[in-house]
Design a binder for this molecule. Structure first.
Ligand code: NAP
Length: 334
């Protein structure tokens, strides 16, 4: 039995083109004891694959030219020497871009076609749905009445975010790339509004759509879209960095800090304004004061003599030439 496959041919330059893939057909591998063979029914195409094609390792192994492309699939077991999987079972498995694959069952889960159409196991009831649901509920922590903004609003992640937001009583606002997508977000998905980022100054458009600011921003795009959303945050907003599809096809990260590693590290970015913490001043002085007295804490001052030298001292500071806390001794002898 032949197994037709789409393989990785080369690293794309910018946006992927069909020539970055090859096709071949090989003999289908038969299952050994403890394995099963499944026939791919549905293949999920996910943005992260563009990064895999750049050489980012997936499951610890980078893709080599000639390898079948990675991908999550819904498949049906057609031959089984595995005690837990029987012929006819429907499974979600990482078969990749090929008609058949052998599996030992690791990371494979069964799906019941009676519960929902099989394809949904790769979308709304699968990994992307979970991304939107868990990311919004557990990282975004939306509250009733708050404004939740999400980019790539009509994709599987974004549409989940918007609808979960609405269902927990928040105001869902989308960002999408066409009028048709925006109409769909509002008319079908129940977003309160959706902004087309091709319609002009996105930051200003978001200000109109979110007059009280954005309480939760769920970012799927990065770059200019992220920047525009960050310009509209409400006090104590939460920003969930989920994906940066806008950068996946770029050879180099866009100018400015590249926030991709924040996603990989599951890091949290939070804003700080010291004035919110002034009630801790006494505590800080006690703790650090003691450390200084005990010789366990050092500090350094960069002292300029005379008020008349303050401007130049300030300019030195702004040129980065101070070394220590910049101070001006205004009264000699102090
Ligand atoms: N952190 C995680 O664990 C995790 C898991 C799953 C997915 N993700 C991320 O979530 C995001 C959405 O994924 P998805 O599966 O729901 O896919 P998706 O929304 O269908 O992704 C494709 C969409 O992204 C939008 N987009 C914006 N800028 C783009 C650009 N420069 N190039 C191409 N598309 C662009 C387009 O919609 P518009 O026309 O509306 O802009 C496009 O239709 C992706 O960034 C993905 O990597 C992260």
């Amino acid at each position: 039995m032949l197994n037709r496959r789409i393989t990785f041919a080369r690293v794309p330059q910018g946006l992927p083109v069909p020539e970055d893939f090859s096709r071949d057909a090989v003999d289908t591998v038969r299952p050994a004891a403890g394995q099963f063979l499944s026939k791919t029914l549905w293949l999920s195409l996910d943005p992260y694959l563009r990064n895999v094609m750049k050489g980012h390792a997936l499951y610890g192994v980078p893709l080599k030219p000639g390898d079948p492309m990675h991908g999550e699939t819904v498949a049906q077991v057609v031959e089984s020497l595995h005690p837990q999987f029987s012929v006819g079972d429907f499974v979600v498995a990482k078969n990749g871009w090929q008609q058949y694959a052998v599996s030992d069952g690791q990371g494979v889960r069964k799906v019941d076609p009676e519960v929902a159409p099989l394809s949904t196991a790769l979308g709304v009831l699968g990994m992307p749905g979970l991304t939107g649901y868990a990311g919004l509920i557990y990282l975004g922590e939306p509250k009733p009445g708050e404004t939740v903004l999400v980019s790539a609003a009509t994709g599987p992640v974004g549409s989940t975010v918007g609808q979960v937001a609405r269902l927990v009583g928040a105001r869902a606002i989308g960002i999408a790339g066409s009028q048709a997508k925006c109409r769909y977000a509002v008319e079908e998905l129940g977003f309160e509004a959706c902004v087309n980022y091709r319609d002009g100054d996105l930051r200003a458009l978001l200000k109109q759509a979110c007059p009280a600011g954005v309480d939760v921003y769920f970012d799927n795009v990065g770059g200019d879209v992220l920047a525009a959303a960050l310009g509209n945050l409400a006090l104590h907003a939460r920003v969930v960095l989920c994906g940066m599809i806008g950068a996946y096809s770029l050879d180099a990260p866009p100018p400015g800090p590249f926030l991709g590693p924040v996603v990989a590290a599951r890091a949290t970015i939070r804003g700080l304004v010291v004035y919110d913490h002034f009630h801790r001043l006494g505590e800080m002085r006690r703790v650090i004061g003691k450390w200084i007295r005990d010789g366990r804490f050092k500090y350094r001052e960069d002292v300029t003599e005379g008020l008349e030298n303050a401007p130049e001292a300030f300019c030195r500071l702004m040129r980065g030439e101070n070394f220590g806390k910049a101070l001006v001794r205004v009264a000699p002898g102090e």
